[in-house]
Every structure is written in structure tokens, then in C-alpha cells.
Design a protein around this ligand. Structure first.
Ligand SMILES: [Zn+2]
Ligand SMILES: [Zn+2]
Ligand SMILES: [Zn+2]
Length: 334
């Protein structure tokens, strides 16, 4: 079972999940360029038996679970990072703190099409994908052990995708991840000082200067943030204040689908199908609607490698200005 271990000096959490492991000696880099084994894809039609049984699927009523016919399919991750049924109670091993990595780790398979990445799906298909994110979010947030749910997409090997077939992953954790905790803290500090949501302030500033705006639509703003950490870092944020992703209305889901599609197509066309990661930052599961935090999506094309300085300092060196990358993306016709 995966385990959460706390680094004793900074309090940062690490998941130790060895299910899919390699023995330590197999981490040697000699076989780094291993030929990509042409194995059967567990996410394609007809191979449903290769995954754990589905927990949800959008499928016509005349089709059977774990059989073809689905539009979007959600299954538990075969090698979960969060999985334990144990209570997430803190325990001690000598001076060190740990707890079972209680929670869920699911895979949301976008569509039966093995070759079409998220941005290449139709608007209607992306609406289904985002609706599936939301449905799983709502189902899992009810569990009292779940403190936070993070939905992420890894596209391309360089971004850590181990299976080619386009999919997203949902992780639930029994504590608030540190990157989200830092945002919540900063946002709450700003709110206490000014009475305003800092993300709403950012939206206002970006719409005023316009120089980092990629796309401005009815419900969502797409922009490259002022302090972009890597080239072409791009955010998608609802223009109306909203602390919780799962509060999306059907109209907003529709608009978000088109914004996600166009943003990914711009990256695809402009940068030649780069690997990328993106994730949804939203409020903790047990928090009521809050005036100080504002959910958003952060996207990172994998164009630069984090090196020793970044790892050692936490300071990112970005070789591209957002004032240049945003107009570049804006100009790309999709
Ligand atoms: Zn496939
Ligand atoms: Zn706001
Ligand atoms: Zn964020």
C-alpha cells in the first residue's frame, strides 16, 4: 500500500508507492532508451478487461460495463499513488511521521480514439471529458477522508505520460498539497488586507494591459502569467469569481471545452505538438464557497528542463517572456 512520508524539516509530504516498481538496481540508466514495447493498449475498445473494473462510464444504455460502446470511461489506476482503505492517521517511525496514502487514484479515458489528444477532440467530446472530471470530483469529495482532489493531464512521454492513449488522472489526498496550500495562504492574506480576491485582481490587470492575454471569451480568460515559471506557461481562469471547479454551469462547461480545445490547438500548431502537463487548482473539498480563492487551470508545455539550480533554489529560470509568448499564441489561427 502506498505511504505518505513527511520530510521532517520542511513538513513536505512524499508518496512512497512501489506497486509499479522496479527494484532499486533497475533504476540504473543503462537501459534508458528501451524500445517502446508495442503492447496492446488497455484503454482501447475491446481491452476493457485489462483495467480494473470501471467506476463510471458514459455509455449508451444498451451496452455492458467493461465492454466497448463507451464515450468516456473512468477506471481505478492499476498502480495507485493513493489507495489505502486505512484511516489516514498520522503515525511515528522513530522520529519520522507517516500515514497511509488513503484516497483514490483514477484514470479518466477521454475517448475510445487512441490517436486523438484532448485538443483534437470535438467540442462535444471535450464537454463530456470535463463533465466526467466534474462527476468524479463530486462523487469522491463526499468521502470524509478526502481533503483534496487534483485532476491532472500528462501529454507526451516527456511530460510523464506512460500510456499513449489520451487520458487524465484524478488523485485524492488526505491532506492539502503544499502548492495549493501556498496559493490558499497567499490569497487569504491578500483578501484580509484588501477585501478582494487576488485572482479577480489579476484578471482585471490582464484585461487592462492586454499584453499577456491569449484569449478572452464570455466566461474564461486565457493568459500567460506575469511571473511565468516556464516558456508558454498558460492559465485558463473563469472571469466570474468562483472558488470551486465543481460549481461549473453547463454553459460554462461548454465555453471551457472550446477554450481548452483552442488553447491546446494553439500549442499544438505553434509549437509542434509539445509534451505538456496541466492541472486544475481548486478549493479543498470541505471548504464552503470562499471569497478569497479562485479556481483555475495551469498548463505547462514541456519545453525546458528543470535543472540543479531550480531544484536547489526553488527559483525557476524562464527563457521566454510571457509578453512574447502570449501574442505568439494569440496570433495562431486554429
Ligand atoms: Zn488505446
Ligand atoms: Zn476571484
Ligand atoms: Zn494554481
Amino acid at each position: 500500500m502506498p505511504e505518505l512520508r513527511q520530510e521532517p524539516v520542511t513538513g513536505k509530504w512524499v508518496v512512497i508507492a512501489t506497486e509499479r516498481a522496479k527494484r532499486p538496481e533497475n533504476f540504473t540508466q543503462a537501459d534508458k532508451e528501451e524500445a517502446s514495447a508495442d503492447t496492446t493498449c488497455p484503454f482501447c475498445y475491446g481491452n476493457e478487461r485489462m483495467t480494473p473494473p470501471e467506476v463510471m462510464a458514459y455509455r449508451p444504455p444498451n451496452t455492458q460495463p467493461d465492454k466497448p460502446g463507451w464515450k468516456v470511461r473512468v477506471v481505478p489506476n492499476k498502480f495507485p499513488a493513493f489507495a489505502s482503505d486505512d484511516e489516514p492517521n498520522l503515525d511515528k517511525r522513530g522520529m519520522y511521521s507517516y500515514m497511509p496514502a488513503a484516497g483514490f487514484h483514477e484514470v479518466i479515458i477521454n475517448s475510445p480514439d487512441h490517436t486523438k489528444s484532448l485538443g483534437m477532440l470535438s467540442n462535444k467530446e471535450i464537454v463530456s471529458v470535463i463533465s466526467a472530471y466534474r462527476d468524479r470530483y463530486l462523487a469522491l469529495k463526499k468521502d470524509p477522508k478526502v481533503k483534496y482532489i487534483l485532476i491532472i493531464v500528462n501529454h507526451g512521454k516527456k511530460a510523464g505520460a506512460s500510456l499513449e492513449h489520451p487520458h487524465a488522472q484524478l488523485f485524492s489526498s488526505p491532506m492539502i498539497p503544499i502548492n495549493v496550500g501556498e496559493e490558499l495562504e497567499g490569497a487569504s492574506k491578500h483578501y484580509n488586507e484588501t477585501g478582494r480576491c487576488i485572482y479577480c485582481d489579476i484578471i482585471k490587470e490582464e484585461l487592462f494591459t492586454k499584453m499577456r492575454v491569449v484569449m478572452d471569451t464570455k466566461h474564461f480568460l486565457v493568459f500567460c502569467p506575469f511571473a511565468s515559471r516556464s516558456p508558454f506557461e498558460t492559465w485558463i481562469i473563469p472571469k466570474k469569481h468562483s472558488s470551486h471547479f465543481e460549481d461549473l454551469s453547463p454553459q460554462e462547461i461548454n465555453n471551457l471545452a472550446s477554450v481548452v480545445r483552442l488553447t491546446l490547438l494553439k500549442l499544438y500548431d505553434g509549437l509542434g505538438d509539445p509534451a505538456y502537463n496541466f492541472y486544475i487548482h481548486t478549493s479543498p473539498c470541505d471548504s464552503p464557497s470562499r471569497p478569497d480563492y479562485h479556481w483555475h487551470i495551469e498548463m505547462f508545455p514541456k519545453l525546458a528542463i528543470q535543472a540543479g539550480f531550480e531544484m536547489g533554489s526553488g527559483i525557476m529560470i524562464n527563457i521566454a517572456r510571457p509578453e512574447d509568448t502570449a501574442p505568439f499564441l494569440k496570433r495562431i489561427e486554429t
